[in-house]
Write a protein that binds this ligand. Structure first.
Ligand SMILES: *Cc1c(COP(=O)(O)O)cnc(C)c1O
Length: 253
């Protein structure tokens, strides 16, 4: 399916200037994804998650009207408020992609379909308990999808910055797989700030291959942001998390 053609005609027909801008930006990003997938010789097409942090619920609604169904957020307080404001929109999925404190697990499971940033056993337990409770209270019916975030800095420094050490992934994956109401879906990473993304994403692909040997259903690779989308697609990303190139520069607080 050709996303960009439809989006360009949506842009022409939109009266609201912000909708027009979002449609054009989305069309451009979809074209980049198509070109990158083609250049990589991939038969599948990576999914686009639009990261709306710092932008209002009204933009989520505009994106939904343009066909976007996957929204990414990195702070619980902001995401919870936005999800409440947007309300029930059929098929809309919220992806939590930021560092998560265990005391926020209860809140996140109320609106998120997926958490991409699981990086320690304590968080697995907190999410498992919160998801079980939410199912009991009929707040959710589906299991919570979990991706393990891996820290790809090499060598790995001591400062805990979000992401498990590659060596810790096996145990972490087993913990998720053994927890009711959690569903292990794959790996997530952010390219290191101070080095080229290629070796990092290549490594991520290898770690994902090894994870899926023990967990055949855990095949997702969440990688690629506005500036490294093409590299991520080349190394097998199945989900791209794009903010800036769809929504524009973030207003810094
Ligand atoms: C903000 C954010 C993104 C999107 O980054 P852009 O550069 O705006 O595309 C992706 N992943 C994570 C974890 C983020 O926090």
């Amino acid at each position: 399916m050709d996303f960009s053609t439809g989006l360009r005609s949506a842009a022409e027909n939109a009266e609201d200037p912000r909708t027009r801008q979002l449609a054009l930006n989305l069309a451009a990003v979809h074209e980049r994804i198509d070109r990158a997938a083609q250049a990589a010789g991939r038969a599948d097409r990576p999914e686009l998650i639009v990261v709306t942090k710092y932008f209002p619920a009204a933009d989520v609604v505009r994106l939904y009207e343009l066909g976007v169904r996957d929204i990414g957020e990195n702070k619980d307080q902001e995401a919870a408020a936005k999800a409440a404001e947007v309300g029930d929109m059929g098929g809309l999925r919220w992806h939590f992609i930021g560092q998560l404190q265990t005391n926020k697990a209860k809140s996140v499971v109320r609106y998120a379909s997926s958490v991409h940033s699981v990086d320690r056993p304590k968080l697995v337990r907190a999410l498992g308990n919160a998801a079980a409770r939410a199912v009991q209270e009929s707040i959710r019916s589906q299991p919570l999808e979990v991706l393990l975030q891996v820290d790809l800095r090499d060598p790995l420094p001591d400062d805990q910055r979000g992401g498990a050490a590659p060596e810790a992934l096996g145990d972490l994956a087993a913990a998720v797989a053994g927890t009711e109401h959690l569903q292990l879906a794959g790996l997530m990473a952010v390219a290191p700030l101070d080095s080229a993304p290629e070796p990092a994403f290549e490594r991520l692909g290898e770690l994902a291959t090894s994870l899926s040997q023990d967990h055949p259903l855990a095949t997702e690779i969440s990688a690629g942001m506005s500036q490294d989308l093409e590299v991520a697609v080349r190394y097998g990303a199945t989900r791209l998390r794009i903010g800036r190139d769809v929504l524009g520069e973030r207003p810094y607080p």
